[in-house]
Design a protein. Structure first.
Length: 476
């Protein structure tokens, strides 16, 4: 190990904000913090460069949110870090204009984020965070890190001091317990969809393939496999625990669940009610884009034009009870159908688990701070309206979280469309001023029964209508 480099910040010149993790959410925060010249910031990530779901950048796949849900636009459309300005720097504004694309390619979003990450000065890749502590004597957080060399090996140690922290450590691929031993065993073709592109050729070479998971990722993987298998010899199974291969709720009023208005409403609900509501909202964010469903059906239909059916099985409402190996490489899945209460076995040569992601627990990273963190009745961190962990009053600094507050802020937590707004909320809280003005209202829907004052109507002829009215009828 080489001689440690000087720390990124000293106790007499601490950072105002240190970010741990550089995914889209902390990248948004860094971009919006960049013009705030009085704010000293630094962001750390152990990866060598920005990465956004590289294993799922399948050709032709698009974001499920409009391009306005970039890193900054919904908080500051004049920012130099907008997606449109990215296109301008690439001399691609006119092609984009004529393409009339509201939902951009996923690979294009990844390229845009990498452009931002390569041009913001306060980002530090190849930095692994070892520990975070609160120093009551200095009234600062201490961050110990290891700087990595290009090969990912430890190169130098360092320490940074900061008044505030923001955790954007992202999510981790979720593998159901019955399949975990197979996914972790070497040589067994059971992978999570997060690693799909890295293993695509090997998966396609398998005699029989099974995809598990009914969300967008499962649909995209199944469609990609289907398009690249010979007609009549597809040998594909697509299994899902959900009761149907259901479309994502994408109506205009349904989308208002991804607004700050709904976030504010959800946060005010009792903990038990929030826990009850979240599973009921699965189709708002775990369904399949209707165009993808149509493409799958079109591909299946095309393969039936000459008579016969494609060699595919699509079965919802089924889950894997147990799984094991058959021979050297084959996998046997023990299945159960929820509604029928029937069981069967499926032998397959490769399995792709499109089983989603889970929020990464911050307990290990914040182990030294655990005594200061206030928790709810289920042991989860309590998080306030500014996306701050509720800490013991003796800790004078703030720890903000990004994409770790679904249990308190609702289904919009991982949504890219709320990234810029949440970043603005955090920066306003840290600076103690309105660095970014926030909208007072963002939805036509009124969530809850608390009356809201309506805007006054300007009438030059009479003042009879100049009074406030409730937005819903009185409840008797």
């Amino acid at each position: 190990m080489t001689t440690p480099q000087p720390p990124a910040s000293a106790p007499d010149q601490p950072l105002d904000l240190a970010g741990i993790g550089i995914g889209p959410f902390n990248l948004s925060l860094a971009a919006l913090a960049h013009p705030l010249h009085d704010l000293r910031t630094a962001f750390y990530d152990q990866n060598p460069t920005f990465q956004w779901h590289p294993g799922l950048l399948i050709d032709g796949t698009t974001l499920q949110v409009p391009y306005l849900a970039d890193l900054v636009t919904l908080a500051d459309p004049t920012s130099p870090w907008t997606f449109l300005n990215y296109l301008k720097t690439r001399e691609r504004l006119y092609p984009f204009y004529f393409a009339e694309r509201h939902h951009i390619h996923r690979a294009e979003y990844d390229a845009y984020c990498r452009w931002v990450s390569q041009n913001l000065p306060q980002l530090h890749f190849n930095h692994h965070i070892d520990a975070v502590r609160w120093n009551p004597e200095r009234v600062l957080f201490e961050i110990d890190y290891t700087q990595l060399d290009p090969e990912g090996e430890a190169d130098a140690l360092g320490r940074a001091y900061t008044r505030n922290l923001v955790l954007g450590v992202g999510t981790a691929p979720y593998i159901p317990e019955p399949l975990r031993p197979l996914a972790e065993a070497p040589g067994v073709p059971v992978i999570h969809s997060a690693d799909y592109l890295d293993n695509r050729d090997k998966i396609l070479a398998a005699e029989h393939i099974t995809v598990i998971g009914s969300g967008q990722s499962g649909a995209e993987v199944f469609l990609d496999l289907l398009r690249n298998r010979p007609t009549g010899r597809e040998k594909l199974h697509w299994l899902a625990r959900s009761p149907a291969f259901a479309p994502m709720e994408y109506s205009k009023l349904g989308l208002e669940h991804f607004t700050p208005d709904y976030t504010h409403y959800f946060r005010t609900l009792p903990e038990a009610v929030r826990d009850q509501v979240l599973p009921q909202q699965w189709q708002l964010h775990q369904g399949i884009d209707t165009h993808t469903i149509a493409d799958i059906h079109d591909e299946l239909y095309r393969r039936s034009l000459n008579g016969g059916w494609p060699d595919t099985v699509l079965t919802p409402g089924v889950f894997v009870r147990t799984a094991g190996r058959v021979g050297a490489t084959r996998v046997e899945l023990h299945l159960e159908h929820t509604q029928q209460s029937t069981r069967s076995r499926l032998t397959t040569d490769a399995v792709v688990l499109a089983t989603g992601y889970r929020e990464r627990r911050v307990d290990t990273l914040l182990a030294a701070l655990d005594p200061y963190i206030r928790r709810d009745s289920n042991g989860r961190p309590r998080i306030d309206e500014h996306h701050r962990l509720v800490l013991d009053p003796s800790v004078k600094g703030a720890i903000h979280v990004q994409n770790a507050e679904t249990h308190t802020h609702g289904i919009g937590t991982p949504d890219l469309g709320l990234a810029a707004w949440r970043s603005a909320v955090i920066l306003n809280a840290i600076t103690g001023k309105t660095a970014y003005p926030l909208p007072q209202r963002t939805a036509f829907t009124t969530f809850g029964l608390e009356p809201r004052t309506a805007p006054r109507l300007q009438n030059h002829h009479t003042s009879e209508n100049r009074h406030t009215i409730p937005r819903q009828l009185p409840v008797h």
